[in-house]
Design a protein around this ligand. Structure first.
Ligand SMILES: O=C(O)CCC(=O)C(=O)O
Ligand SMILES: [Fe+2]
Length: 521
């Protein structure tokens, strides 16, 4: 296929010059200002050349995660009180429900809409509200409504049965009673499989989530998410745990939700089979099986896929290590933008910090100014091994010794760890925030997948319809460098219930996918 074309028409030297030409066209040549950390923050969109070529990354992410602010800004201000981004499909409509919560009635207007992620817009009048977190019925209703598109409005005296306990409010003010003090809370919950992301609290005395056992518990029951700091919208402690805790595991709510979700997963599993069929077509031309039975495919020059490359035992170690690192301060958090849009994944950086909003690297994490943990040694060895193997594969396929021109070697100094829950995804984008030198040399990105499979897309343009799908399963390693370094790529969907059972048993990894991308700045 693609490879055949390249193999017959492009020599390695020519590939290299074609590649260099492409990079120059992108305006990088004049900005090759070296590798130093000090130069890291110099790259801006503006500097990076014509917007039509470069203005893609953040836009790409956001396109996949439509901003809530548009719908909010069309509302009268008085109604913009609460925003809930559940990030899920909602298949049922929330009906008008009238209820008393404690002694006061509330008025809430809720609207959920999204394409396949759900955005729940809710506004509450400023009547004193007792805690929804103390009303178990609300919580249950919330879960029962599950996923999908919904629009609902609650009129005067409407009942919200509870869920909003860990409620999902982003654009302000839910007035609540917790214990004796009233709080004004602005929270953002956003989930795929039920994530709550409280974002900010007013200055009235407020028991912290982490200090309020009931809230805390609900928070964990709801799954995941990192809370955001009250003032800056940045992540604060209590990071997202990529594994299911023992308490959570035994929670009847968790099992009920999981059971229910399983039914919805069926069509996506079929999708996985379709992708696999497509993949087999590519494999016919480009497969090479090595001595230990690993399949290596050159998808295009500089782009190599190793199926089932990482043994299960090693996958287990990676999950455990990521969990350990990710549970610490500054661990997994859900990145967001000023306008309220959020990425549909959780992220943690190792080696260097990457700020998705500014798209800049730094030696300290943008959210807490602490240096991120280093890349564990065992991760670096795995990357080195995968790169060696891919270069061997390329040498064989291209029958050339100039493998450096096609896929340069790297010593990774940064790793972005993403965790996608089953509703996670990532819009088509280019990885182009590394140093100009790194990009110019085509230093590869080495990507490791663990957990549920992903429908990964890649192509020459930011166009989903023209992109090639490839299924990335647990243990697969994808490498793109050289001529393919600036390929558009993204994660269209996570295919639930596809992670190896043994991995789940050994790690208690949540439903979803762990992805690590290693790069050299
Ligand atoms: O999850 C993946 O496979 C891709 C991740 C990615 O593209 C990124 O982190 O830049
Ligand atoms: Fe990427």
């Amino acid at each position: 296929m693609q490879l055949g074309v390249h193999r017959t028409t492009l020599t390695a030297a020519r590939l290299s010059s074609v590649f260099r030409g492409k990079m120059m066209n992108r305006g990088l040549q004049s900005r090759a200002d070296g590798n130093s950390v000090n130069s890291k923050n110099k790259l801006t969109d503006h500097e990076q050349g014509p917007p039509q070529l470069w203005n893609t990354s953040k836009a790409g992410y956001e396109e996949e995660f439509p901003s809530l602010s548009d719908s909010v800004s069309n509302m009268p201000k008085s109604k913009r009180r609460t925003r809930i981004d559940m990030g899920t499909h909602c298949e049922q409509k929330l009906e008008k429900v009238v209820d008393n919560i404690g002694k006061s009635q509330i008025e809430a207007s809720t609207s959920i809409s999204h394409q396949d992620d759900t955005c729940l817009l809710t506004s509450f009048r400023k009547k004193p509200l007792p805690s929804y977190s103390r009303n178990p019925r609300l919580c249950q209703t919330y879960h029962e409504h599950g996923e999908g598109k919904r629009r609902s409005s609650f009129s005067q005296g409407t009942a919200i049965d509870e869920p909003f306990g860990i409620i999902c409010v982003s654009e302000k003010k839910v007035v609540d009673n917790i214990g004796k003090s009233q709080i004004e809370a602005s929270t953002s919950i956003s989930h795929q499989d039920d994530t709550c992301l409280p974002t900010s609290f007013g200055k009235k005395p407020l028991p912290s989530y982490s200090r309020n056992p009931r809230l805390r518990q609900t928070y964990h029951e709801h799954g995941e998410g990192k809370r955001m700091s009250p003032f800056s919208g940045t992540a604060i402690d209590e990071p997202f745990d990529i594994c299911i805790s023992e308490t959570e595991e035994s929670s009847p709510l968790t099992s009920a939700v999981n059971e229910k979700n399983k039914l919805k997963w069926v069509p996506k599993v079929r999708l996985a089979e379709e992708i696999e069929r497509h993949e087999n077509k590519i494999e016919k031309n480009n497969n090479i099986e090595d001595s230990v039975g690993q399949i290596g495919q050159v998808l295009r020059p500089g782009m190599v896929l190793f199926k089932s490359y990482i043994p299960l035992s090693e996958q287990v170690k990676i999950v455990n290590r990521c969990r350990e690192l990710g549970c610490g301060p500054g661990g997994f958090y859900r990145p967001g933008y000023d306008d309220g849009a959020k990425l549909r994944l959780y992220m943690m950086c190792l080696g260097l910090d990457w700020n998705p909003q500014t798209r800049k690297y730094g030696e300290r994490r943008h959210h807490d100014q602490v240096a991120p943990p280093g890349i564990p040694h065992e991760f670096t060895s795995l990357v080195r091994r995968a790169l060696d193997d891919s270069r061997t594969l390329i040498r064989r396929v291209f029958k050339t010794e100039n493998v450096e021109d096609i896929l340069p070697a790297i010593s990774p100094d940064l790793c972005i760890v993403n965790f996608y829950t089953t509703n996670g995804r990532l819009g088509l984008h280019q990885d182009r925030d590394e140093s100009p030198d790194s990009l110019l040399k085509g230093f590869p990105v080495v990507s490791i997948s663990i957990g549920d499979s992903a429908e990964f897309l890649y192509g020459d343009q930011r166009d989903v319809d023209k992109a090639n799908p490839v299924l990335l399963k647990s243990g697969d390693v994808l490498i793109f460098g050289g001529e393919s370094r600036l390929i558009f790529h993204g994660v269209k969907a996570i295919i639930p219930d596809t992670a190896p059972l043994a991995l789940l048993e050994a790690t208690k990894l949540r439903p979803g996918r762990l992805n690590l991308t290693f790069r050299q700045y």
